[in-house]
Design a protein. Structure first.
Length: 423
């Protein structure tokens, strides 16, 4: 049996209707921006394997750091114990995060990073004897698949089976160009009508919605409104973190600082699952008390796994090299060139770029659903051509590893142009 055949016997895949889905492709090797399947076919990974891999597959610098840590201290419980890799990650993050971030809490994935932030926002007010139980989130937000993260997510198709079982979430429009005032007014109105504890947002780019972008000035204004009303702000940088937007964090473009930041995805360079939620001293202090009930009773078995920490340290070191920063600028310039060319195409509605993120919306006769027919046609075309791209409805986006070569990028652009002609 091939790997693909064995897979269908044993495995259940994410976001997959197994009755209608095509068999998955078995990947046996990865190097740089390339992947090879079990038959030796080569693919360009143009979405960095769901946005986790900035430095390329099988990166030896990160692999060596992991090996060294595995043979020194692979893991130790973090309840009652600590270790140097966790402390070094915290020191490094506090140096590079928005200036007000002072405390670091580890978990395992983007959803748990969000789960922790939402629980902290709710308990913050509980600890202060204030009744605030509503979370504010954007329309079409994506914050993960665990329960509180799912509640905050606005892509209904992921969450429809669970309606009525969620914490209280109220949605406001995203302040995309021309809709800023509507968004500000909605936020003020929501804060007036509900007992709001926190506002969670994907800063500047909504990834899962199809790389929807909005301006830093609008986000600054929303944060100011929250701050004036004592509503905690949560920047979900799970997708945008670690260079994707052209700065280390999307929040680096924004004049106001958030109360909490969620990190995962590229944190370990796409090697080991790990996540972090960070907090201001002021948030931490609301839990600091002689009363044990005011503590944050949240934890995961593999909290601050030293091997994950070693991978994160190596990744952050790579990100800060001149070479990697130059790569990010090179890809951004290349995207902007492609955008100029493609946005004039008669079948293109619009195209947009921020950092290494590029998205193009293709004209479609019908309203394209998330997994609609155009999406399937596009996806299959890309795979056949050996390019890994996962369109969101009629939106095709690129989020390449920073080490992708100009030649590989050109092939990705050319394949997208052909796809636009084809659909
Ligand atoms: C992917 C993502 C998450 C969820 O992360 P998982 O590791 O898949 O649980 C949360 N927020 C944002 C913005 C994401 O892009």
């Amino acid at each position: 049996m091939t790997l693909t055949e064995k897979d269908s016997q044993y495995l259940w895949h994410p976001y997959t209707q197994h009755k209608t889905a095509q068999a998955p492709i078995a990947i046996s090797r990865g190097e740089g921006a390339l992947l090879w399947d079990e038959n030796g076919k080569e693919y360009i990974d143009a979405i960095a394997s769901w946005w986790v891999n900035p430095f390329g597959h099988s990166n030896t610098f990160i692999a060596n750091a992991i090996y060294k840590q595995l043979t020194t201290l692979e893991h130790v419980l973090f309840g009652g114990f600590t270790h140097e890799p966790a402390i070094k990650v915290a020191e490094k993050l506090i140096e590079i995060l928005p200036k007000n971030q002072q405390k670091i809490f580890f978990s395992d994935n983007g959803s748990t990073a969000v789960e922790v932030a939402i629980k902290v926002a709710l308990q913050y007010f509980f600890n202060k004897n204030e009744k605030r139980t509503t979370i504010i989130a954007f329309e079409n937000a994506f914050h993960g698949d665990t329960f509180a993260a799912m509640a905050a997510s606005g892509i209904s198709f992921y969450t429809q089976a669970f309606q009525g079982m969620f914490i209280d979430v109220v949605r406001i429009p995203v302040p995309v160009k021309g809709k800023e005032q509507e968004s500000f007014d909605a936020l003020k109105n929501v804060i007036e009508k509900h007992n709001c504890a926190g506002f969670i947002f994907e800063p500047l780019v909504q990834g899962a919605a199809g790389m929807v972008m909005y301006e830093p000035e609008a986000l600054a204004k929303l944060i100011q409104i929250c701050a004036a009303n004592n509503v905690l702000t949560i920047a979900d940088e799970v997708m945008t973190g670690f260079g994707k937007t052209g700065k280390t964090f999307a929040m680096d473009y924004v004049s106001e600082n958030p109360d909490m930041v969620c990190l995962s995805k590229a944190l370990t360079g796409g090697t080991i699952p790990m996540a972090i939620t960070t907090f201001t001293q002021e948030v931490f202090d609301a839990f600091y008390d002689d009363d044990i009930n005011k503590a944050l009773f949240h934890g995961h078995t593999f909290t601050a796994n030293p091997t994950g920490c070693a991978a994160a340290l190596a990744s952050m070191e790579l990100l800060q090299t001149e070479e990697m920063q130059a790569n990010i600028k090179r890809i951004n310039a290349s995207h902007l060139n492609f955008q100029k060319k493609i946005e004039k195409h008669s079948k293109v509605i619009t195209a947009r770029t921020l950092g290494v993120i590029f998205a193009v919306e293709i004209k479609s006769d019908s309203v394209e659903s998330y997994y609609g027919s155009m999406r399937t046609k596009l996806y299959n075309f890309f795979i056949e051509k050996g390019v890994v791209l996962r369109p969101v409805g009629n939106i095709v986006y690129i989020l390449p590893p920073y080490i992708m070569t100009d030649e590989q990028l050109s092939k990705v652009y050319k394949t997208i142009e052909e796809a636009i002609e084809m659909v």
